[in-house]
Ligand binder design. Structure first.
Ligand code: NAD
Length: 377
């Protein structure tokens, strides 16, 4: 039996709840981490094998991301055990049961994550009224369709360039992963004059030193094909994406893809982290020592959660895009300034900045986390 207080530190978590409903085969865990800034927002993940520890780490990542983005929200995460590809009817029962059983847990607002989508968020809203990432018909802003996270990455890249010796027009960009984050990043950066020389997906890498045709790649993916089915480039192994010389490298696929075993192979000047935790701690330290600038994930990829938080308050797409640009630019600048001034890694600077904000919010509470105000956790 894990002792839940093993996770307790100066920030949280404030609650860990296990839920069980045998009638529909529901087993789940909710971690509500720090909520000094307001009710937590975090994804509902359906997965066969997430430990309480992992759920806590994901909730903490959301605490830092939401605080760094200056949102009036804390961090939380929910995991429901099961196959993410289970039949839709079964998924609906389980998601509805999870949402209903947590109806009174006002400290947690559900968001989409691995195994859940807009439709699932509509079921949650129907059960307890608290979800973001809704379908357009329910007032949602489809963050993947509009490229909310990639829009933020593009602005983070622009700010980071002030600390480097090259300009975006004509620079070579390599992107790992060509899903929602990867493909929109390719488009936004190409529109600003960058050359997207290589992208990959789970089947392989496509490379063209003159720059790839992004619209053609969008069409291929829409048709359910892989980027390696594109004839306008040289197709390479999936892993070759790490070896391609470039000025900007963007991870937009899986966690831990760059680690101590392969980090030496990267030849780039700037890494803007689209995926969550794409680089291990040790590898990121080595990059810092080699002078390769990394904009950390929870600063660069906050566009999605900013969109969700604003949707919750009834905002519009246009206002959301302007806010993402403004927030991510300001935060990237603040983090890179602290990092330069104190000669510390940007991630360390980002954690420091977010933690200071959280502690300030905690100091304004009667207790450090809880508020007794109605409708305000
Ligand atoms: P997605 O499922 O739309 O796309 C993932 C892409 O990665 C696909 O093209 C897939 O083929 C590819 N892929 C999978 N395994 C790969 C591998 N080993 N090597 C290369 N490519 C691989 O996902 P997404 O929404 O674009 O998210 C990508 C990453 O960004 C995830 O880590 C996610 O947690 C993170 N993220 C996403 C958002 C968002 O708004 N969608 C926000 C913050 C963080």
């Amino acid at each position: 039996m894990e002792n839940m207080f093993n996770f307790a530190d100066e920030l949280g978590p404030s609650k860990i709840i296990h839920i069980y409903e045998p009638a529909v085969g529901l087993k789940g865990i909710l971690v509500v981490d720090n909520i000094a800034m307001g009710p937590s927002i975090g994804g509902l993940r359906i997965a066969p094998d997430v430990s309480v520890n992992e759920c806590f780490r994901l909730a903490r990542a959301m605490t830092l991301k939401n605080a760094a983005a200056g949102l009036p929200h804390g961090g939380g995460k929910m995991v429901v055990y099961g196959d993410p590809n289970m039949p839709l009817q079964q998924k609906q029962l389980i998601v509805r049961a999870a949402a209903a059983s947590l109806r009174n847990q006002e400290a947690y607002i559900f968001g989409p994550d691995m195994g859940t989508n807009e439709e699932c968020m509509a079921w949650v809203r129907d059960e307890n009224g608290r979800s973001v990432g809704l379908p357009r018909e329910l007032g949602g802003i489809p963050l993947d369709e509009i490229g909310a996270t990639a829009w933020g990455l593009m602005h983070a890249s622009n700010v980071a360039l002030n600390y480097l010796d090259f300009k975006l027009p004509g620079s070579r960009v390599v992107i790992q992963g060509f899903g929602s984050v990867g493909k929109h990043s390719a488009k936004f950066l190409r529109d600003q004059g960058a050359l997207i020389v290589a992208v990959n997906d789970s089947r392989g890498t496509i490379y063209n030193k003159e720059g790839l045709d992004i619209e053609a790649l969008f069409e291929l993916k829409l048709a359910g094909k892989s980027v390696i089915d594109f004839s306008g480039g040289e197709s390479l192994e999936q892993d070759a994406i790490i070896d391609i010389d470039c000025e900007i490298w963007i991870p937009a696929a899986r966690p831990d893809v760059i680690n101590e075993q392969n980090v030496e192979r990267l030849t780039t000047k700037l890494i803007v982290q689209g995926a969550n935790i794409p680089i291990t701690e040790g590898a990121e330290k080595q990059l810092f020592e080699r002078g390769i600038l990394c904009v950390p994930d929870f600063i660069a990829n906050a566009g999605g959660v900013i969109c969700g938080a604003m949707e919750y308050k009834g905002s519009t797409q246009q206002v959301v895009m302007t806010t993402i640009a403004e927030k991510i630019s300001t935060n990237t600048k603040a983090v890179l300034e602290i990092s330069t001034l104190e000669n510390i890694q940007p991630r360390e600077a980002a954690i420091k900045m977010a933690t200071e904000r959280i502690k300030k919010a905690m100091s304004m509470r009667r207790w450090s986390l809880f508020s007794s105000a109605p409708h305000f956790i």
